[in-house]
Design a protein around this ligand. Sequence first.
Ligand code: IFM
Length: 462
Amino acid sequence: MPPSSDLERLARRFPPQFTWGVATSAYQIEGAATEDGRGESIWDEFGRRPGAIRDGSTGAQACDHYRRFAGDVDLMASLGVGAYRFSISWPRVQPKGRGDWNESGFAFYERLLERLSSLGIGAHVTLNHWDLPQALQERGGWANRDTVHRFVDYASEVARRFGGAVAAIATHNEPWVIAALGHEAGIFAPGIKHRATAYRVAHHLLLSHGLALRALRAQGLATPLGIVLNQSPIHPATRSPADMAKARLNDGLTIRWYMDPLLLGTYPEDVLEHLGADAPPVHSGDMEIIRQPLDFLGVNYYTRNISGSGSPLEPEHPERERTDMGWEVFPAGLTELLVRLKADYLLPPIYITENGAAYRDQLVEGRVADAARIRYLRSHIAALADAREAGVDVRGYFVWSLLDNFEWADGYSKRFGIVYVDYETQQRIPKASALWYRDLLEAARQRAEPAARTETSRWAGA
Ligand code: IFM
């Protein structure tokens, strides 16, 4: 099917070398939780706690990607995807988080990388997408400063083996989620509810990021290195001084607490003051280590955040379109966020490392007509083009997610994939959004290689 002029117009707003990808993470798709010597992760342990996961499920089987990776990579290729963002499971390659490496675990990623490379798909690797080895948690996890050094050892080993074969390495995915949801709200693994611990964890994540970047560069690695942050613009619910102050503080807690140390080498004063005795202990030299030059910054964008005295879900605004997560569909927030980051910081190149939406998809006669997801993706990609045209250096975009998968505390109840997964049979069924994305990528590719305009046979179903 030739791309529609709407897709051509959208594709034309991006340069030919722009990276178009899809994203996943290890615990959410791999399954094979006890196979080939994999160690236990904090999410295996958390999933056994009664009531921790909404549908009582775990990632033990997930999408069985550990066995089905070859077909999944072929599926990506059939969509014309140029890059795949995935994470390495630390407990799969180092079961105890220290000491022995698990060769079978590394062999899995080697096979995955070979398949990606054979199909010309760039590998964008994340080292920590939340699945810390449980053995390290038993020694205090990210709250223990020693875990910082264990992470640097792990990062160095991955870089030594695979560094030359991957397009980019990110240290952590969404440190705010690990700290705030895992250690303050306690709704994600490891399920701790203690604010001072949460901020100590956040500091150690940032420190381990900085030390890992230093170590990898000292190894002579030339691969682009960065970190991935989840960010939403924070809007006050009303113009009242109380709501405005709350919004500013939430901006500090979620955005500036991470951006300032990484790019300015300081923690924001207002947040330190707010935390008081719960602020983390910072050793001399820590801030300098954290502020390593970044080759890229990954931004995960889903929605905006409204701060005020009312409920964060704003029941008083039922007219606002929301996804199945209850998150408002607010594409303009992506432009606003990126333009603001550029105004406030000297930014490295940006990749949108996650953007997408969960909807209550229905498989009807072998098809999933997810028109709402297509609208979501289209409007956010257009908002991204607006940010680029306003001068923000964004180099790539990854849809979250390739596959429906284990959505953490929501289990399998939320479907984020552009490909539907029938968890009974593990059959993959590309949704209408996957075919739309394929057509967009085809339009982008034809823009890059006008001579190949008629060669549509490469693309599945074209
Ligand atoms: O599924 C998660 C992902 O692991 C991290 N970012 C947000 C996604 C949707 O909640």
